[in-house]
Design a binder for this molecule. Structure first.
Ligand code: NDP
Ligand code: MG
Length: 385
């Protein structure tokens, strides 16, 4: 029995993780989880899974819940997130933390879980973008496995099973193109929040759906792959593959390419990470019908059409504190766009401005990262709110 500590249970990845747990009650037990502001869904999850510890964003909500469920412990805020990741009141054979919160708030709980030597399934890419060097260094120090949940990285991880990492020539990350893949730059000028939230292939949380439309998501994924697979940026390629059937590929020294194929269902990579190294049955997952698919289509990536992807490569190559700025500025910009304070193309402008104004710090410490993250957001909010 694996004890599961789930950060972000009320989100898109979180609820799909609960579905995997629901299917395998003999293998997984939800011990602790965090939610944000969706208290109604929090109650539904509590009643179904009877966890021991739950954390929410606000103290007021935590108080209300503890009156309703006196047998459960409640926490709130960033301390609560850390408690979920490190909760150790329930004995178990194995402990697995799944980080599915949105944004760099996932950083501290991830670092603390590593110190507890817990295996971590990481959907929360912003944590690796904002402080990849610290997370990977700590994981190495404590001998902790970080198992990717993002579909592209799970695909690459699976393509690498049993392979010699020294024989890898490059990683090839596929991109569906997001909601605006058929739009020109001119057409992007007046797109609305509702149009951007309408992703053609995947149903996901609001922030990542906007990131997919701007192609920043692919940029964040390039940085995520750089850290997870210790791969230099010039050996990480991105390619447009609108069907989302190949989830990513690895090319080896002998030019062989291994690809991972499947239907777009996030429960597959979630469960792969949770059950690793075992591969188990997933009910209701649909097999891919290749005869129905017929052909696979690819197109080169156009960096002028998708400047956010280019900015992410550049920030990754610059290294140091640049990816921290890229991530914080993007989180703030997407939030502004979702609240109709800036236009869709405003997102890339806000990120560009923040990167241009930043003096890079090489090898930033945790404190420096937290400070930069906070300052970048504050500056943007002061200017655009
Ligand atoms: P959602 O927005 O659907 O869910 C986010 C979760 O985090 C919710 O439980 C939300 O709580 C909680 N949350 C948000 N902000 C905070 C905060 N400040 N403090 C504590 N909790 C918070 O996002 P997704 O599930 O789509 O994405 C989660 C992560 O997984 C992201 O990093 C994303 O990039 C990554 N990912 C997602 C994929 C997908 O298919 N959705 C695919 C690959 C990666 P509440 O709703 O209760 O307020
Ligand atoms: Mg992805």
């Amino acid at each position: 029995m694996k004890n599961i500590y789930l950060l972000g249970a009320t989100g898109s990845i979180g609820t799909q993780t609960l579905d995997v747990i629901r299917q395998h009650p003999d293998k997984f037990r939800l011990v602790a989880f965090s939610a944000g502001r969706n208290i109604q869904l929090t109650q539904v999850i509590i009643e179904e899974f009877q966890p021991s510890y739950v954390s929410v964003i606000s103290e007021e909500d935590a108080k209300k819940l503890s009156h309703l469920y006196p047998a459960i412990h409640f926490g709130f805020g960033s301390e609560g997130l850390i408690t979920v990741a490190t909760y150790d009141e329930v004995p178990g054979d194995e402990h697995f933390v799944l980080s599915a919160v949105m944004g760099s708030v996932g950083l501290l709980p991830t670092l603390k879980a590593i110190e507890m030597r817990r295996t971590i399934g990481i959907a929360n890419k912003e944590t690796l973008v904002t402080a990849g060097h610290l997370v990977m260094e700590k994981a190495k120090q404590y001998g902790v496995k970080l198992l990717p949940v993002d579909s592209e990285h799970s695909a690459i991880y699976q393509c690498l099973q049993g392979e010699d990492s020294k024989a890898v020539k490059k990683l090839i990350i596929t991109a569906s193109g997001g909601s605006f893949r058929d739009y020109t730059r001119e057409m992007l000028q007046n797109v609305t929040r509702e149009q951007a939230l309408n992703h053609p292939n995947w149903s996901m949380g609001a922030k990542i759906t906007i990131d997919s439309a701007s192609m920043m998501n692919k940029g964040l994924e390039v940085i995520e792959a750089h850290w997870l697979f210790d791969m230099p940026y010039d050996r990480i390629e991105t390619i447009l593959h609108r069907q989302s059937i190949i989830h990513s590929m690895v090319e080896f020294e002998d030019t062989s390419i291994i690809a991972h194929l499947g239907t777009p269902d996030m429960r597959i990579p979630i469960q792969f990470a949770m059950s690793y190294p075992e591969r188990i049955d997933l009910k209701q997952a649909k097999s891919l019908n290749l005869a129905e698919v017929g052909t696979l289509e690819f197109k080169p990536m156009d960096f002028e059409r998708f400047p956010c992807l280019k900015m992410a490569y550049d920030a990754g190559r610059m290294g140091g504190s640049c990816p921290t700025v890229l991530n914080a500025a993007n989180e703030a910009a997407v939030d502004l766009f979702l609240r109709n304070k800036i236009s869709f193309l405003g997102i890339e402008e806000v990120v560009y401005e923040a990167l241009s104004a930043h003096q890079t710090i090489t090898n930033p410490t945790l404190d420096e990262i937290l400070e930069i993250d906070c300052d970048v957001r504050k500056n943007i909010m002061t200017k655009y709110e």
